[in-house]
Design a protein around this ligand. Sequence first.
Ligand code: NAD
Ligand code: TYD
Length: 394
Amino acid sequence: TLLRADGVRGRAARRSRQIPIDTTCAGSGSPNDSMTILVTGGAGFIGSNFVLDWLADPATRGLPLVNLDALTYAGNLHNLDALRGDARHVFVQGDICERALLDRIFAEHRPRAVVHFAAESHVDRSILGPGAFIRTNVEGTFALLEAARAHWGALAGDARAAFRFLHVSTDEVYGSLASDAPAFTETHPYEPNSPYSASKAASDHLVRAWHHTYGLPVLTTNCSNNYGPFQFPEKLIPLMIVNALAGKPLPIYGDGQNVRDWLYVGDHCSAIREVLARGRLGETYNVGGWNEMANLEIVHTLCALLDELRPSAAGSHARLITYVKDRPGHDRRYAIDARKIERELGWRPAETFQSGIRKTVQWYLDNPAWIANVQSGAYRDWVARNYAGREARA
Ligand code: NAD
Ligand code: TYD
C-alpha cells in the first residue's frame, strides 16, 4: 500500500508518483493498528532487508508495518518488489525531519514500536558534503524522538508499557582502534572521527537523553559493517563486485590494511528483532560478526569467488586491484565485542563470512537488472566525484 507524504491514500497517490507498489489496502488505519511497527529508512539497504525479513519471519509476519522513507539516492523501492500488493506493508514517501508528517503517521497508525534506520550512511559522502548528515541523522532523529515522545506520552496501560523506540547505530561512533587493542564494548568512550560517525554519535546521545530525561523506552544497537543483498554499490563490497564484473579498477584506499568487522545483513536484522522483543530499556547492544578482516583480504576473497563463479577471459579479477589515494581521516580498525547481546539475548550470527559472502556475490550475479537500475547518471556523477584526484598509485 502506498501513501503520499501528505497522507493521500490509494490510486491517486500511486498515479501521481508512478511508484510500482500496489495499493490493495483500502480503509483507514493498518489492519491491526496496535501491532503495527513504524520503520524509517525501509527502502535502503539494511531497512529493506529488515522489512522483508520481518514479513517473512514466523514470529513477526503477522505484524504489519509502515515504512517511512524519503527515497534519497540510497532508497530504492525495487528492493521491496516482492511486497507488491501485500497489505501488511504500507509505504509512505516522506522525510523524518517533517514533524507534521510524523505526527500524522503516529496518529493514523498508532505504531507500537519505531525501528529507526533512516540516515545518511556513507563516510565518503559525509566528507564531501556533511550538511545532509547533520540534517537527517541529527535533526531527523530529534524530530522522530519528539513525535514518538508525544505519541507515547498519550498512551496508557499496556500500550504505554509495550512501546519501544529502537535506534539503529554504528560501531564507528567509538572511533578507531590500535591493531592490538581489545574490541569495542558498549562502555567504550565515544570518539567519532568522520562527519558521518559524529552525526550518528550525536543521534545516539539524543536517544540516550530522551530515555534519561523523559523516560522514553529506547533501545540502541551499534553494529559493524554490513554486507548482503540490496547494498548500494558505493560501499566497499558491492562496489568491488560491480566494478569487477564490468572489468573496471578495484580502488583500494591507502595500503588496504584498514580492518573492519563484517556482518551479514540478515544476521543484523535478526539481532534487531531480538533486541526489540527482549532488550532491556535504555540499554545499548553491540552487534558484530566476529569477523575482522583487512580491506585487501576482502577484495581478494571477492576476486577469488568471481573467478570461480564468473571467470573472465582476461584473467583473474585480482588484476584489477588498484591502490588509490587514501580517505582523509580514515579510521584504521573497528572491532566489535558482541558478548553482551549473546549473554543477555542469546543472539549470535548464523552466517560465517564464507557462507555470507558467497550468497552475496551470487545475489549480485543473479540481479544484473537491479545493478543496472541503480547505476543511474547520479551514480556515475558520484563515482566521478569521489574517485577524481585519487589517481592510481603503484
Ligand atoms: P542506506 O544509505 O542504504 O539507506 C538509508 C535509507 O534512509 C534510504 O532508503 C534513504 O532513502 C532513507 N533516508 C535518508 N534520509 C532520509 C530522511 N531524511 N527521511 C526519511 N528517509 C531517509 O543505509 P543502510 O546501510 O541501510 O543503513 C541503515 C542504518 O544502519 C543507518 O542508520 C546506518 O547508520 C546504520 N548502520 C549501517 C551499517 C552498514 O554497514 N551499512 C552499519 C552499522 C549501522
Ligand atoms: P565503506 O564500505 O565505505 O564502509 P566504512 O567506511 O563505513 O567502514 O568502506 C569500508 C572500508 O573499505 C573502509 O576502510 C574504506 C575502504 N574502501 C576502499 O578501500 N575503497 C573504496 O572504494 C571504498 C568505497 C571503501
